[in-house]
Design a binder for this molecule. Structure first.
Ligand code: HEC
Ligand SMILES: [Cu+2]
Length: 434
């Protein structure tokens, strides 16, 4: 490259570098892990900052020396040959000692932080069981008997001890704003624990699976709601019940027509048994208000082109929908409760056998299909009609009459499938499950 060429390129290159550096400043990074929301974050961010600082010092010193040497000792036309040296004990000891010292400064706090975080969680922590499924998240609160999916509630200020396990392949649990991720490993229970700091503002946060787990790995997300302890108590009190507003609220499972199958427990997950009778006074339904969810936590996945007669949605009849799901005569058409649990209804599987998310309070959730879609009537209707068309590989089958299931390369025979009116009724029922 000629010098004149270099002169012309240099200002552009410098400008580009400055712009690049500026682009890294400011801005809003809602999924950044460099927050100070938990004790776990604090430890990791401290280590990162220290590593950055020491690394930068080393980089600057080395580069300055390098550039200085290159310029000062460069070959000059007609100059003398450089002085030849061999070995310099002082220099070699120095450049071994300095990196060793830097490594000590990195290693001591790193090992300390690792030990702090690998300790057992304090006994009084809130226990949350995280169970990974292809491709959605199950959350259980054993001390309250709550099972939910894809939406995790945490009280601010309380230490939470997650036990992580998987029903199928490896997954990894991560809420960047709350710190460290951890893998879900088959045949073992992993733990991670942290305390959302009391100074944290109630908010919704994004979470994701961060270990490749198959075709819809990228669609395996979840929401975390960090709420005040009072809000958490309200949420718990309501989640413990059967659904409000559902006709099931006045029905007991004692008159179930179908007996529960034998229970096949997961390795350590708590068994949540169905209540034998509906509670007498049901507490008010509470979930995190949708209008308080930051924009970046609202799903924006476009809906598929699946056709649906939308005028039916407004007229959906929850009673008819419930009949479709719970009357054994309709099991061929709507075998929903063989894979899903709705507390207080006649279920064909318990929580440990269910292949799909617990739907007891689905009407209070904001998202579904592992955070991929906003939960509204239209999205739910399209989902029931043809879930694999909305989430590649989804284990939830296609139910719409005549719809093509790309997973098994077969269309649902018109007579065996659900028509739009029936789906609208089911949607009305599911939405009534507050
Ligand atoms: C073979 C098992 C199976 C059957 C039968 C089944 N589902 Fe599902 N369902 C699933 C699975 C698995 C998921 C989770 C899919 C995902 O997110 O990847 C799911 C997800 C859902 C969701 C979203 C829940 C959430 O929180 O994300 C709804 C609503 C739902 N199913 C309703 C129904 C209805 C209504 C029927 C009956 C017409 C039905 N399902 C039948 C397996 C099943
Ligand atoms: Cu994954």
């Amino acid at each position: 490259m000629s010098t004149s060429h270099l002169r012309r390129v240099a200002p552009v290159a410098v400008l580009a570098l400055v712009l690049l550096a500026l682009a890294a400043c400011g801005g809003d990074y809602p999924n950044s892990t460099f927050s100070h929301n938990t004790t776990l974050n604090d430890g990791a961010v401290f280590l990162w900052d220290r590593m950055m600082l020491l690394g930068t010092i080393v980089f600057v010193v080395v580069e300055v020396l390098l550039v200085y040497t290159m310029i000062k000792f460069r070959r000059r036309e007609g100059g003398p040959a450089p002085r030849q040296t061999h070995g310099n004990a002082a220099l070699e000891i120095t450049w071994t000692a300095i990196p060793a010292l830097i490594l000590v400064f990195l290693a001591v706090p790193t090992v300390k932080t690792i030990f702090e975080n690998q300790r057992k969680a304090p006994a009084e922590s809130l226990q949350v069981e995280v169970i990974g499924h292809q491709w959605w998240w199950e959350f259980r609160y054993p001390e309250y008997g709550i099972v939910t999916a894809n939406e995790l509630y945490l009280p601010i200020g309380k230490t939470v001890d997650f036990s992580l396990q998987t029903r199928d392949v490896l997954h990894s649990f991560w809420v960047p704003q709350l710190g460290g991720k951890r893998d879900l490993i088959a045949n073992r229970v992993n733990h991670i624990w942290f305390t959302p700091k009391a100074t944290m503002q109630p908010t919704a946060l994004n979470g994701a699976c961060v270990e490749y787990c198959g075709s819809s790995h990228a669609n395996m997300r979840f929401r975390t709601f960090a709420v005040t302890p009072a809000e958490f108590d309200k949420w718990v009190a309501h989640q413990k019940t059967v659904a409000l507003g559902s006709p099931a609220a006045s029905v007991t499972t004692a008159d179930s027509a179908v007996k529960e199958k034998p229970i096949v427990p997961l390795k350590t997950a708590s068994l949540i048994s169905l209540p034998t009778s509906a509670p007498t006074a049901a507490p008010e339904a509470w979930s995190f208000p949708a209008e308080r969810m930051p924009a970046y936590t609202l799903p924006s996945t476009p809906l598929p082109a699946t056709k649906f007669d939308e005028t039916l949605l407004a007229a959906g009849d929850p009673k008819a929908g419930r009949e479709l799901l719970t009357n054994p005569a309709n099991l061929g058409k709507a075998p929903c409760l063989t894979c899903h649990v709705i507390r207080g209804e006649t279920n064909y599987a318990n929580d440990d056998q269910a292949k799909g998310p617990n739907l007891t309070h689905i009407g209070t959730r904001h998202t579904f299909a592992a955070g991929l879609y906003r939960l509204d009537a239209k999205a739910l209707a399209l989902w029931i009609k043809n879930a694999p068309a909305m989430k590649p590989g989804s284990v939830m089958p296609t139910f719409g009459a005549g719809e093509y299931n790309a997973m098994i390369k077969q269309a649902v025979p018109a007579a065996a499938g659900l028509d739009d009116r029936q789906i609208a009724d089911i949607v009305a029922y599911l939405r009534s499950l507050k």
